[in-house]
Design a protein around this ligand. Sequence first.
Ligand code: ADP
Length: 338
Amino acid sequence: AVVVVGSCMTDLVSLTPRLPKTGETIHGHKFFIGFGGKGANQCVQAARLGARTSMVCKVGKDSFGNDYIENLKQNDISTEFAYQTEDAATGTASIIVNKEGQNIIVIVAGANLLLNTKDLREATDVIRRAKVMICQLEVTPATSLEALTMAHSSGGPECIGVTKHVSQRTWAEEKKTKESSWVLWWIMKTLFNPAPATADLDSRFYTLSDVFCCNESEAEILTGLAVSSPADAGTAALVLLERGCQVVIITLGAEGCVMLSKTEPVPKFIPTEKVKAVDTTGAGDSFVGALAFYLAYYPNLSLEEMLKRSNFIAAVSVQTAGTQSSYPHKKDLPLDLF
Ligand code: ADP
């Protein structure tokens, strides 16, 4: 199963001819409510591919919170550890989009910031038993760190004493050895998406990340390097890898992604299909959710193959409008992805 410790946000979107100035009231022509938040987005994508999923999160005891929990259930996500609180409102993102597609956004994280380590401890069994745990930075850093610590200590090479065995092999060799698949299966337990990124990220986030996956702008913030090509991304990925993760992936929008692993520390570019993008909002979350699905359910695939498939799924998501509403279901995808 895949467990996500992360955020739920209700998106409140107004479409207007232009962005208002300070003190000004303007009329928009369309309003809609969407389900967002990086954590829930990633969980929804993994669930739609067929993963058994569980969301550890906190929303308000309010109508947005009730609707959000219903949305998770509709996506077949376990809500046993989706908490509701009276102490804060459900997280919201108020978004104004002008006709050029430019936007201004106010995020009030609300209840997301009240998800605490006590809540995580109640979900201990689910976190320890999961094959993959994903987290991001839309809950407090202390909560994300605790989630990573709990998951890391219940998987990973240290736990089963195979560190040496694995570090002497490359991914390609691992792939050829069928009986070693369970080793990979356990090693890739924590998938960390450092978003939104801050330059002073605690060093433990790196050492607790089996897979560290970010986009170009997050890689720039974290490394201080300019990242605008696969070559730049390779350089940034090396810097991040040296901070202690097992695998680093940097997504590059329409280009695809770059991967790097401790066992194969040479950056590899994995290009994606050319598609007509309609709305790229949430593409990164579709990608992360898909990757978690493959790590959990297809441990025999090479990392490169998992990333090719995740690229494909994220490319499907950019071809229709919306965030979660654009994420494909298993039944709508080519059979050879499964
Ligand atoms: P984010 O949504 O976090 O900004 P990216 O823009 O890097 O992340 O996109 C994540 C992934 O989504 C990419 O690695 C790619 O697989 C896919 N993707 C994004 N934009 C496009 C696009 N225009 N065409 C095809 N695939 C895309």
